[in-house]
Design a protein around this ligand. Sequence first.
Ligand code: AMP
Length: 407
Amino acid sequence: MPKNSMEIKVLVINAGSSSIKYQLYQMPQARVLAKGIIERIGDEKAKLSHFYNGKMFCLEKKVENHQEGMDLILDTLTGKKAGVIGDIGQIGAVGHRVVHGAEEFTGSVIIDDKVIASVEKFVDLAPLHNPSNLTGIRAARHNLPDVTQVACFDTAFHTSIPEVAYMYALPYEMYEKYRARRYGFHGTSHRYVARKAGQLLGKHKYELNAITCHLGNGCSISAVKGGKSVDTSMGFTPLEGVVMGTRSGDFDPAILFYLIEKGYDVKTLNIMCNKRSGLLGLSGISNDMRELEELSREGNRRAKLAIDVFCYRIKKYIGAYLAVLGGVDCIVFTGGIGENSASIRGQICSNMDLFQIMLDSQANNRAVGTDVKISAQDSKIAVFVICTNEEAAIAKDTYELTSRTKR
Ligand code: AMP
């Protein structure tokens, strides 16, 4: 740790529509003091799961709204039963995950009324996420009014994508009037694993060329050139790109016009594309990759089809990004599937010798939940499994912005 670096505790908040995830970090060491989640906010009974000092504390009670949720988090962090700090005065800064920062936010920022007004403006672009993120910000500001609060945007890393990659070939006024363009998401994760890969290769962060594959329930692939995102598979919304747990990814939009003519309404089609498609839609069974892998091994044809389409599409994106980047130093797998499934990584990287991508099958099979190289010695392009940690990235940004203002 550098001399004179400021020591503070940073609370990271990720507020969803009916949940709040939190982690309390000791910075700059990035040591997690406690973490947890409140689920089912607004229901009959909400559930708090709180992890601290190697122990777990659970509680079920009615939590009416996000403000009550934030009260419960702060009470738990400071409480006698499972607390890790004496009082909330020990929290030096709060970092918030915010999904959509549109073209305005190219990095994390200290939250003020102007930032809140912008996040509100972008609710239109992220109607499912920005409102919940805002309720989290408002609740934290209410409880900790004198504490620096920072917003970290999922879209920020992708604001370096050039016009040629973010424009859709729709009438230009759709962009001018409605800002209909590629924004990309999962940016905090892509940036985090790209920086980690740079460290593993001993490269400066702005020298790394990589393809990062975030494969979880939501999936996206990014092309990273000189440490910056130059293309990504998710688009105007997270629906575009590769196949996901319940999202379709790319398909011909004319299918939607055709289905509208057959009597489907817009709301039903929206739900179909976002919640009933992807691995779930193809298999007709589940969006859970573990379950599909098991069923596929037992001979279930639709489970196998879902996995095959999933891997095929990712391979296709990797090929496209290799062409866009003109070669890369490495490919990174992250997210629940990317970090844990050797067989999916193996299937995606199969028959890629032509591109100088070869896995070490033993290293691949061993790699679970660690940051490790899984490519063979003679593979020109390194392949890594890197465990993403969006919360740590948010804590770091929050710490850096806070210590800059306190200097
Ligand atoms: P995430 O959204 O990053 O939490 O990832 C969730 C996805 O990761 C789900 O499809 C899980 O089935 C998948 N996943 C988690 N562990 C494994 C595993 N060991 N093997 C295959 N898929 C896994």
